[in-house]
Design a protein around this ligand. Structure first.
Ligand SMILES: [Zn+2]
Length: 49
C-alpha cells in the first residue's frame, strides 16, 4: 500500500489519479504527522478508511 498525493489540490489517496480532480498523483514519502492543514488531514482520513 502506497500513499500518494495530488499536487494540484493536495488530496491524499492510494490511487494513481486524484479522486477529487482527476490529476495524476505523486508518491508521498513523508509521514502523516507532517500534514499541516486540517483539510488535508480530513481528506487523508477519508481516503484511508
Ligand atoms: Zn486533486
Amino acid at each position: 500500500m502506497q500513499l500518494k498525493k495530488c499536487e494540484k489540490c493536495g488530496t491524499y489517496t492510494l490511487r494513481d489519479s486524484c479522486p477529487k480532480c482527476g490529476s495524476p498523483t505523486k508518491t508521498a514519502h513523508y509521514k502523516f504527522i507532517k500534514i499541516k492543514t486540517e483539510k488535508s488531514r480530513e481528506k487523508c482520513q477519508l481516503d484511508l478508511v
